[in-house]
Design a protein around this ligand. Sequence first.
Ligand code: 2AM
Length: 176
Amino acid sequence: MSDTRRLFFALPIPPKTQRALVKWRADQFSAEAGRPIAAANLHITLAFLGDISEQKSQALQNMAARIKQPAFSLDLDDAGHWPGAGVVWLGTRRAPRGLLQLAELLRSQAARSGCYQSPLPFHPHVTLLRGATKAVVLPPSGFHWPIDFEYFALYSSEFRRGRTRYEQIAAWPLIT
Ligand code: 2AM
């Protein structure tokens, strides 16, 4: 049996906003646009770690626990489609400095611990639909989903019985 887990650091979307987003998404996208992500799985990835050992996970959690980063808010007011990845996403036109700093710190710690980090620029986003490989009509601009983030977390991702499940392993507060 493998003793590695597929892990990532992320900002969870608060449950109330998850529920509201899922309702809004149903009005904005046709059923053919792509596969909707379950409400409980909506998040913003900060750093993807890949399949890593328990030892490496512990070392990264110890580093995460030492991060002192002020809390921040953002407005989900942007939407886009990456047809190659088949992803329809929500993002923000003005990423808060605190979010970029937190992601940069976690990604550099991950890279130093040997976790491959994509050379593509970090683009904070919430994946709304997967399998969206054909042209998609995006919501007209003018929508706003304001969110206050007060903590970040480490998640495991497991694919079981045809479903992706994320489990929160640990969480750390941002400074308020
Ligand atoms: P995505 O939503 O843009 O697909 C769990 O899989 C999370 O980690 C998802 O948010 C996913 O981003 C991200 N992720 C998965 N594989 C990744 C990779 N190779 N590089 C960066 N992020 C990845």
